[in-house]
Ligand binder design. Structure first.
Ligand code: FES
Length: 858
């Protein structure tokens, strides 16, 4: 065959797909997103036609011409489609981008006019497709890298393109597995078929007899150390309830044993040959009965960070402000309902994975798809009793995270194998493992009740919250606290009560996910408040205006007074003004369809409580440029771009003269990690301090900055929809979507717009189509993208994005956080729009057409 114009000879393995074959020839731009032909990240051209190379047998390419992203550019520069993706910044993490470009490059002009059909085979989890369609159609161009913000002469405020853009569009950006590691072994795990069982014995003899199998590791081979897969600066935030390999399995899909072999196929065969004897234990799948069920972690206690292990309670909150009963008595109208949110998956296109080896000094090196390199290093050192400086953790470019990679899911086993065998080892999750063995959003059951007087005064607000953390408590307690806190604290209400509990069940563990609990609680509270506004005859925007917090207010919620949190800038009033203006327009709807509109708001703290540390160093290079070293990882959140802008502005130069090094524990100083929307507000402030320090003492040639993440401000979001619903089918169409955001100083308007569009699109997926199902035994039955229904271009409406004009007193140059928060008001706003259109209050996600139709029949 020809590969990118070069004649190539070789012999694929039996059954090998073209994707893995091309990667073995060094074409790392051909990505793995699903290996089942659903996502398009592996798209290449065969004789000029786009194919999903993961389902295209390699031998069929014999005698044909294959083009990958690496071969698309011509001698005179980028292919026009690559250039348009660069100009329009049609990507965030960029993991889907090579496939998108390859598909687009093969489209006819007619096909480009019908992108919902033409791009249906290419999924993007980050952008919400607006930037992608802009790129395909030649939409808004971003500034060139050195371009200042219009009229200001400054980099901050300009829509600067991502520094990695040229590498992303040419397929040369290097993600976790896009490197050659000579002699690497492959790790695979056998996962539990039982929801709860004790492992009595594991016979590995047949597995070890498989040609190529080098080792089998079981619970007998690992240090008996408890930890949490969740990563926070303060380790005690999460319960210590996990072992690397345990002799008790607590969900279907938990790791039982690891097999390391010279090929993936041999490792998989080794897993199939393991003979495991289990003694079954009683399992609980329904969170509502968890408290009265046999304990899942009965061998642990409060000292392990579990509130009541004997009752399966990880954490709980029972607290009130004022007198809720009196508040309801004083109300003219009271409404309450119970809302349910399902498991949903991060579905980052790059799956979890890591590769490790020993360096020349015998130090452990792990290259991982992680949002937290430093915390991962700290935990690996503790697990294997190594000095921290004997461990190096680095991230390449990360192909999407959304909180899912604030978790250690692969590095511990890879490290074990590397340390035991002294050889390089890799472990890359399959897409199915991503559903069955990674984390999900926490399912919540929230009963919310609110009361108000006819003058619009909110007199009482009460929450009863049940959070299902699954078999392990990673993030379960913090998600509960966070979800309840800001949802209530955004309202001035004298009487509030929260009763919340996070419980274990024998199901796949939940974990951190964009919004960190706020999306689930906001889903309930914002719909209940909508109903209360209706009950007292007040429009929902005015009702919010009467009751939301104002500058100078305390941000206290029941049981939680957070000392380091305050309103350091306030744009919620502007956000509400935008929403009110949106409602003044009209949209065309199909005849006979039901039309309605709805809105919701959300507030989020910029950064987590308990400390979030960032360090930055800037040096002058001999050629006059600057090298900025900052620990935070880049997974499409765009913090790298903003850091370059901040440093350039402060140093009076242009961003193209800032060289950035990041995400490597050997070459940058400590950083808690890229989560909790801290890339701009925490790491960005460290960068600003480093740049100022260098500016003040240029003779030193180096400036250092540190920020501990406190005090913190809050950001605000408001979402509005107008929808049309076909009463005969339940089909829902979004006629208009408007989002207003208060992010303080907008550091990069193009990037922020994209982040909000992506957040709204991700939330629309969770609202309309996505759900990870489990059966009565606790087995995940949604195991492929084809079953999961991620939004495609066709499913994703454009969202108008508006920014409030504010400047924060805490954030760097007045900026606040944003990346997570656009998600949070989307589901309740859509629920309110459906209620307005149909008269039906739907309390369970997702709002699929069949459920809407059924609700209308009921
Ligand atoms: Fe499309 Fe991240 S940019 S998946």
């Amino acid at each position: 065959m020809e590969i990118n114009g070069e004649t190539h000879s070789g012999e694929p393995r039996p059954g090998q797909c073209l994707r893995t074959y091309l990667r073995e020839q060094g074409c790392f731009g051909v990505k793995k997103g699903c290996d089942s032909g659903d996502c398009g990240a592996c798209t290449v051209h065969v004789d000029g036609r786009p194919v999903h190379s993961c389902v295209y047998p390699a031998f069929r390419a014999q005698g044909r011409s294959v083009t990958t992203i690496e071969g698309l550019a011509g001698d005179d520069g980028l292919h026009p489609v690559q250039q348009s993706f660069l100009d329009a910044q049609g990507f965030q993490c960029g993991f889907c981008t090579a496939g998108m470009i390859m598909t687009t490059a093969a489209l006819t002009p007619e096909q480009r006019e019908d992108l919902p059909r033409s791009l249906k085979g290419n999924l993007c989890r980050c952008t919400g497709y607006r930037a992608v369609t802009d790129a395909v159609r030649g939409g808004p161009e971003s500034c060139a890298p050195a371009c200042p913000a219009p009229g200001t002469g400054r980099a901050v405020g300009s829509s600067l393109g991502a520094p990695a853009g040229p590498a992303v569009v040419t397929g040369t950006a290097r993600y976790t597995f896009d490197i050659d590691v000579p002699g690497v072994l492959h790790l695979k795990v056998l996962r539990s078929p039982h929801a709860h069982a004790r492992i009595v014995a594991i016979d590995a003899s047949a597995a070890l007899a498989v040609p190529g199998v080098e080792a089998v590791f079981t619970h007998a081979d690992v240090p008996d150390v408890l930890f949490s897969t969740a990563q926070h600066e303060t380790e005690s935030e999460d319960p210590y309830d996990t072992r690397i390999l345990d002799d008790v399995v607590r969900f279907i899909g938990q790791r039982v044993a690891a097999v390391v072999a010279s090929s993936e196929a041999a490792a998989e065969e080794g897993c199939r040959r393991l003979v495991v004897t289990y003694s079954l234990l009683a399992a609980v799948v329904d969170p509502s009965s968890a408290v009265t069920s046999p304990p899942i972690h009965g061998d642990k206690s409060e000292s392990d960070g579990i509130s009541r292990a004997s009752s399966n309670v990880v954490g709980e909150l029972h607290a009130s402000i004022g007198d809720v009963s009196a508040g309801f008595s004083a109300a003219d109208f009271v409404y309450g309902a119970t809302f349910r949110t399902p498991r949903v998956q991060h579905a980052s296109l790059e799956t979890h994975g890591s590769v490790g080896w020993l360096d020349d000094d015998g130090r452990l090196v792990i290259r991982s798809s992680t949002q937290t390199p430093f915390l991962t290093r700290r935990l690996l050192a503790r697990l294997y009793d190594l000095p921290t400086d004997r461990v190096r953790v680095m991230a390449g470019r990360v192909g999407g995270g959304f909180g899912g990679k604030q978790e250690m899911l692969t590095e511990d086993l890879v490290a074990l194998a590397v340390l035991r065998l002294g050889r390089p080892v890799r472990w890359e999750y399959t897409r199915t493992e991503q559903f069955t063995g990674a984390t999900t959003r926490h399912p919540f059951v929230v009963t919310a009740t609110a009361g108000a007087r006819r003058d619009g005064t909110l007199t009482a607000l009460q929450l009863d919250v049940l959070v299902d953390t699954g078999a392990y408590g990673n993030h379960g307690r913090s998600v509960m606290f966070h979800g309840c806190h800001e949802t209530l604290a955004v309202y001035r209400c004298a009487n509030m009560r929260t009763d919340a509990m996070t419980v274990y069940t024998n199901t796949v563990p939940a974990g951190a996910f964009r919004g960190y609990g706020l999306g689930q609680v906001t889903f309930a509270v914002e719909q209940v408040l909508d109903e209360v506004a209706r009950g007292i005859g007040m429009d929902p925007v005015t009702f919010r205006e009467r009751n939301v917090v104002r500058p100078g207010d305390d941000l206290t919620a029941p049981g939680e007074h957070v000392d380091d949190l305050g309103i350091a800038s306030y744009g919620l009033d502007q956000c509400l003004d935008r929403i009110r203006a949106a409602g003044l327009t009209q949209d065309d709807a199909p005849d006979g369809w039901l039309v309605g509109e709805g809105m919701a708001i959300a507030m989020i703290a910029a950064g987590p409580p308990g400390g979030h540390f960032a360090d930055a160093t800037i040096r002058t290079l001999p050629d006059g440029r600057y090298e900025l070293s900052v620990g935070t990882a880049e997974f499409g959140n765009g913090s790298t771009t903003v850091h370059a802008q901040i440093a350039a502005d402060e140093l009076g130069t242009t961003p193209d003269r800032i060289v950035i090094r990041q995400s490597d524990t050997d070459v940058v100083a400590h950083d808690t990690g890229a989560f909790a929307s801290t890339g701009v507000v925490v790491a960005g402030r460290a960068v600003l301090r480093a740049a100022r320090s260098l500016k003040q003492s240029p003779e030193t040639g180096v400036g250092r900055g540190h920020f501990d993440g406190t005090p913190r401000s809050v950001a605000f979001n408001a979402q509005w929809f107008r929808v049309a619903i076909d009463p005969d089918t339940g089909e829902l169409r979004i006629l208009r979507s408007v989002h207003s955001a208060d992010a303080g100083t907008v550091m990069n308007p193009g990037q922020l717009r994209g982040q909000i569009e992506g957040g709204v699109a991700q939330a629309l997926g969770a609202t309309l189509s996505e759900h990870v199902d489990i059966d009565a035994d606790g087995r995940v039955t949604t195991t492929t993208f084809r079953q999961y229904h991620l939004p495609t271009v066709a499913d994703t409406p454009f969202t108008e994005v508006h920014f409030a004009d504010t400047t924060d007193a805490i954030g760097p140059l007045g900026a606040k956080s944003m990346s997570e928060s656009p998600f949070n008001p989307v589901s309740p706003a859509l629920g309110n729009a459906i209620r307005d259109a149909t008269g039906v209050r739907m309390t369970e996600l997702p709002y699929t057409a069949d459920r809407i139709w059924q609700a209308l029949q009921d």
